[in-house]
Design a protein around this ligand. Structure first.
Ligand code: HEM
Ligand code: NAG
Ligand code: NAG
Ligand code: NAG
Ligand code: NAG
Ligand code: NAG
Ligand code: NAG
Ligand code: NAG
Length: 519
């Protein structure tokens, strides 16, 4: 019954692309915007790319390393105090003995360039866990965003193999899992990877080829770890290793007379239980954090908007990304003035100058989305009357009435044209970006700054931020009513937010990583 309902639900979802309970995107929303890109655009995030095809690393898999990293990050949670959990505190803990293994730092280095001012490393680690599981053929786990990164290490509460069963039950209880859930979650986690001799010589007492004993004989995410345990053919050293003290998987798996392990012998049940428990694992966050609803591929997503003075007008670039349904759509962008009258009553309009197809990520294809159509616009906006809002009209070219795309009913609003990032005057240099910001009619000399989010290093994988101070730059003389302020921005910049106070009003402008057509 459950499966039947799910099948109907997925079919509906793939037709109307509206998933009940999914996060609703109201542009601009840098968090959802970035997470959607990272989840569903191929190659956009290392956290959705590297673990595809269950690829190998260090004689284990990248996926195994990512899944272990996520569990160890979560394991600092204390459900009684509501502290710890998926908060990327692991960036301060990876050199603790309980987190031994090259995979920890390597995985964090995989993720270095994925965070930005709005997306924390904790969201990226959680995304990595989801992609690890599907990359190895496992079930799809919903992704919620909004985790907040810790600024210091959490308690040393990762369970260790030499601890007794009572300690493990207590650890999992503190993390929010019952004894049954503990058995299942360990079985799910130990579907991937294994124990390496270099790190655990007291567990791996015998030499094995490649220096690692895998938990199961299959590489992928499946229940072989369970079935081999039940058949007595397992080579999992945490079950059958010669050191009895460190047979933690045996103590855990058999702790309820094998009832739970027997239930996981069904592959469907294994997948369902693992999707649920790994989902709960990555959604275990400090009680002060509220996660978004699950993020599904956003249909009709506006992104990469740019507004800047150019040759006597304001250039406005925008892209509308539509989930490809095979329909040959024509899209027109409309806009309305900020002041005065310039446009006809129905709005000024421009057709898209380019329609391209972008493939979807592997995770998106598992959700029935195989490609996106990118409709790009380049409008010359009247300088004096400017622009206050825009919207789109979509024609399916099949005789049906065109429909309006208006940001789910709230319009796409351009809140200001006073402080603008100018991509054409800006330039990329060896050292990074030479960023140019146009400021409209400042009455006095003002301070323009940017908060730059900088990626961590391969030894300290912690995102940081710096403030750049902009200066008036005579090589960019005033034009079109704007003065131009410039500053070099670090090549390690992940995103920037420009801040300026003009005539007593504070303005800020988020400038994400740019890949807009037409720039
Ligand atoms: C009592 C609880 C647990 C203990 C004592 C334990 C212990 C271990 C040990 C000793 C290793 C070998 C690490 C290495 O050699 O690099 C390992 C690997 C691993 N663990 Fe656990 N674990 C536990 C729970 C979990 C859970 C809940 C998950 C995830 C849901 C998980 C996921 C993994 C994965 C994926 C690996 C393989 C890593 C690789 O191959 O690089 N473990 N675990
Ligand atoms: C078994 O492992 C425990 C915990 O690491 C260690 O203290 C003990 O010395 C080991 N026993 C043998 C025989 O290696
Ligand atoms: C992987 O296994 C090979 C032997 O098959 C070994 O030479 C190498 O050191 C191992 N690499 C790691 C990182 O353990
Ligand atoms: C559970 O299964 C394991 C592996 O087959 C076996 O060694 C153990 O005796 C079983 N325990 C119980 C209580 O049935
Ligand atoms: C799509 O529709 C437009 C407008 O009707 C038409 O000009 C264009 O050739 C069509 N493209 C394809 C690929 O059918
Ligand atoms: C959206 O824009 C239209 C046209 O300008 C306006 O009538 C409507 O009130 C706006 N809606 C919202 C929610 O701002
Ligand atoms: C700032 O003040 C000056 C002088 O009053 C005025 O000319 C200018 O239009 C103002 N600029 C903005 C962006 O409000
Ligand atoms: C501008 O920034 C500089 C350096 O941060 C500071 O000394 C100065 O007071 C600021 N001026 C204004 C008008 O905020």
């Amino acid at each position: 019954m459950r499966y039947h309902l799910l099948g109907v639900f997925l079919r509906l979802a793939s037709i109307v692309h509206l998933v009940l309970g999914a996060a609703v995107f109201h542009w601009p929303d840098p968090l959802l915007d970035t997470l959607d890109d990272q989840l569903y655009r191929p190659g956009f995030s290392p956290a959705s790319t590297f673990a595809l095809n269950c690829g190998p690393r260090d004689n284990s898999t990248i996926a195994a390393q990512w899944l272990r990293l996520a569990y160890h990050d979560m394991a600092t949670h204390d459900s009684t105090t509501g502290t710890g959990g998926m908060d990327a505190s692991i960036v301060f803990e990876f050199d603790r003995p309980q987190n031994i293994g090259v995979g920890m730092l390597e995985s964090l280095v995989d993720f270095l360039v994925a965070p930005n001012e709005y997306v924390g490393m904790a969201d990226v680690i959680a995304m990595g866990a989801i992609n690890a599981v599907v990359g190895c053929g496992g079930p799809v786990i919903p992704f919620r965003g909004g985790r907040i990164d810790a600024t210091e290490a959490g308690p040393a509460t990762v369970p260790e193999p030499q601890q007794d069963l009572a300690s493990h039950i207590a650890s999992f209880k503190a993390q929010g899992f019952t004894e049954t859930e503990m058995i299942s979650l360990v079985a799910c986690g130990h579907s991937l990877g294994g124990v390496r001799q270099a790190d655990f010589p007291l567990i791996m007492t015998e030499d094995v080829p490649a220096g690692i004993q895998t938990f199961a004989s299959t590489l992928g995410f499946d229940n072989t770890v369970v079935t081999e345990y039940l058949k007595g053919t397992t080579e999992n050293v945490l079950v059958v290793g010669s050191n009895i003290t460190t047979r933690s998987d045996f103590r855990i798996f058999s702790s309820d007379g094998n009832v739970t392990m027997q239930s996981l012998a069904s592959p469907d049940n294994f997948n369902q239980v693992c999707a649920d428990l790994i989902g709960r694992m990555i959604d275990t966050v400090p009680s002060t954090v509220t996660l978004t609803d699950p993020i599904e591929p956003i249909d009709f997503k506006v992104w990469n908007t740019l507004l800047f003075p150019q040759g006597g007008s304001l250039a406005f670039l925008a892209t509308l990304r539509i989930i490809d349904t095979g329909v040959n759509r024509t899209v027109t962008m409309f806009w309305k003035e900020r002041t005065g009258t310039f446009c006809p009553p129905a709005g000024c309009s421009v057709p898209s100058f380019q329609v391209t197809t972008d493939s979807a990520s592997f995770l998106a294809t598992l959700k029935g989305v195989t490609a996106f159509k990118l409709h790009s616009f380049n409008a010359a906006i009247d300088l004096t009357t400017s622009i206050s809002q825009f919207w789109f009209e979509v024609n399916d070219n099949d005789g049906s009435a065109p429909f309006i795309v208006d940001n789910n009913g709230v319009n796409y609003t351009i809140d200001q044209d006073v402080v603008l990032f100018d991509p054409r005057r800006s330039s990329f240099t060896i050292g990074g970006l030479f960023m140019v910001v146009g400021v409209k009619d400042p009455s006095t000399s003002i301070n323009v700054t940017a908060l730059t989010t900088i990626d961590g290093t391969t030894t300290v994988p912690v995102t940081s931020s710096v403030i750049a101070n902009f200066e008036l730059d005579s090589s960019n003389p005033p034009a079109d009513g704007y003065m131009f302020y410039t500053s070099p921005i670090s090549g390690k910049s992940l995103s920037n937010t420009i801040h300026a106070t003009v005539n007593g009003t504070a303005y800020s402008l988020w400038v994400p990583f740019l890949d807009a057509p037409g720039v």
